[in-house]
Design a protein around this ligand. Sequence first.
Ligand SMILES: [Zn+2]
Length: 417
Amino acid sequence: MLTLAPYSLGVGDRFSLQAQAQLRAFALAAHRGVEITPVWNKSNREHLIVGSEPQSVARAAQEAVTRLRWNKAWHVDADHIRLDTVDRFVPCSDFFTIDVAESIGRPTPPDQATAFVERHPELSPEVRIPGVSHVLKTNKSQIQEIAKKYLVAIAEAGRLYRYIVKNKGEGTFITEVSMDETDFAQTPVELLVILAALSDEKVQVQTIAPRFSGRFNKGVDYAGNVAQFEKEFTEDLAVIKFAVSRYGLPENLKLSVHSGSDKFSIYAPIRRVLRKTGAGLHLKTAGTTWLEEITGLALAGGEGLALAKEIYAQALKRREELSAPYAAVIDIDPAALPAPSAVARWSYAQYAAAVRHDPQCREFNPSLRQLLHVGYKIAAEKGERYLGLVRASEATIAPNVTQNLFERHIKPLFLDS
Ligand SMILES: [Zn+2]
């Protein structure tokens, strides 16, 4: 069976030009003795907005792997796919993130929920999970309620999983199940029920992405109670360990954190818990490479800086349209967005300082960063003018991309500083 290594990091590359610069960050980690598997992820939503085909991600990744002579594992993730969107991802992906968030809460026929409760007497009236300081008190009606809320979604995950098996072959891909794009965080008991149900469906799930509490806005830091997150993260890991032995799920099953990128304030807690428990982690980042791209474009000055300013001005004009697909995961304060006429006078350094995620920097503007984060559609519309300038600005873009991944993400999460 194709298995995912203990540490893996999902990276996004909107325009498929930065795979080499990204891979260099993983090579730096390998050089320091820590193996982290790169997983290139691009969701159907991103492909639709950019107008790209899934094949382009695999091609760019393969080229980077060949050029840098990367001889360790790497994967291509069909991110957040459903039965109606999976087809074009099947030939070129070996990692599938099955997204069932939309079906959470669709009512399960009562007899099916009852059958689940009967099948799982171990889930009530309490579950003792090693590593969870308190006993999880449950009862039959609570388990029944949770089953009612999730079984339709899990059955759908099963259908999609079997569809991929049929079209690609058993054991030829890595399966992730994601439920992060939903309004409410899942409790450890809910996670346990979900894992039991996935095992009933015989889904060989290797990573699971629950919704954690707090906000995971795109490209900016975590907004929530960090101590609460650490407790939840620890309990989820304990639940996973329990479920692996109890339900015979894959040994390497681990948590996937759909970070939306740059959740710096939870990196230290995550690292602490991983050290303590020996657990693995998949951390998904997404749009920050595109932000490094536009920052590097600005740093190139001249036409690059002019285009970066133009993209901002147009993104501002079309803020509502660009924000709509991401409404649940951004928090832009319109009053904090500078006027295009002011931005027009910025130096390359001012532009970069406003975008770059340096929380200590006074010029850093999180609203502007989030607007640009969702503004990649504008760059896509520029077509060859954008792509050509990005290629020509490799000298200022590539180091940004590598350093961002290595210094801000890989180091705090996985390396001894
Ligand atoms: Zn996600």
